[in-house]
Design a protein around this ligand. Structure first.
Ligand SMILES: [Zn+2]
Length: 211
């Protein structure tokens, strides 16, 4: 999910990671797939191997999410069709108003008990650049997932966390937030993105920008 309420996305294409840390592999910022890339419609398959490669992928996804900047990223958004996602709402602010980082990893997530009560959030998505729309989803869910060691966890989630987890889990089924909109609205969003790309692919200003 895109971070829409704090600051606008800068055009980060790459970051120099060639700093001097000889014993650590620098984390990589991966290219994010954008609509209308057909790979975003893939149904992701379960993670079965909990190994070092999985940890590396999660590190890279986390770094990619922060660089975008976003608050959630599913593996398929970086072209990996596995049931895996990272989320960091970055709601807390530390010294100098910098968001405090607390990334969470969800492997093979499931929703057990969606509430009948719904909530409405203005959602954005790193794969649907600079576009936002209100989406209604269950306000509370019970989530079950595995961590990087394969251990199962369960938690009741509400508020933005519940929305963000459902948004990211949609990606695992090949569904984007714009698929929850009417056909007309969805086509308007896709046309706006196409137009922005033709104009040079730069940042598209909208009502959420603060600059
Ligand atoms: Zn998304």
């Amino acid at each position: 999910m895109a971070l829409w309420h704090k600051h606008c996305a800068p055009d980060v294409q790459s970051v120099d990671l060639s700093y001097d840390r000889p014993y650590l592999r620098p984390m990589a910022i991966l290219p994010i797939l954008e609509v209308p890339d057909p790979r975003l419609k893939t149904i992701s398959t379960p993670v079965e191997t909990f190994d070092a490669d999985l940890k590396t992928l999660v590190d890279d996804m986390t770094e990619t999410m922060y660089a975008a900047p976003g608050i959630g990223l599913a593996a398929i958004q970086v072209g990996v069709p596995k049931r895996l996602l990272v989320i960091d709402l970055q709601e807390e602010e530390g010294e100098g108003n910098e968001p405090v980082r607390n990334p969470r990893v969800f492997v093979n997530p499931e929703i057990l008990d969606p509430s009948n009560e719904h909530s409405l959030y203005n959602e954005g998505c790193l794969s649907v650049p600079d576009q936002y729309a209100e989406v209604e989803r269950p306000a509370q869910i019970r989530a079950r997932w595995q961590d990087l060691d394969g251990t199962f966890h369960e938690e009741t989630m509400t508020g933005l966390m519940a929305t963000c987890l459902q948004h990211e889990m949609d990606h695992l089924e090949g569904i984007l937030f714009i698929d929850h909109l009417s056909r007309l609205k969805r086509q308007m969003v896709l046309k706006k993105i196409e137009k922005a790309r033709k104009m040079g692919g730069g940042h598209v200003h909208n009502e959420h920008c603060r600059h």
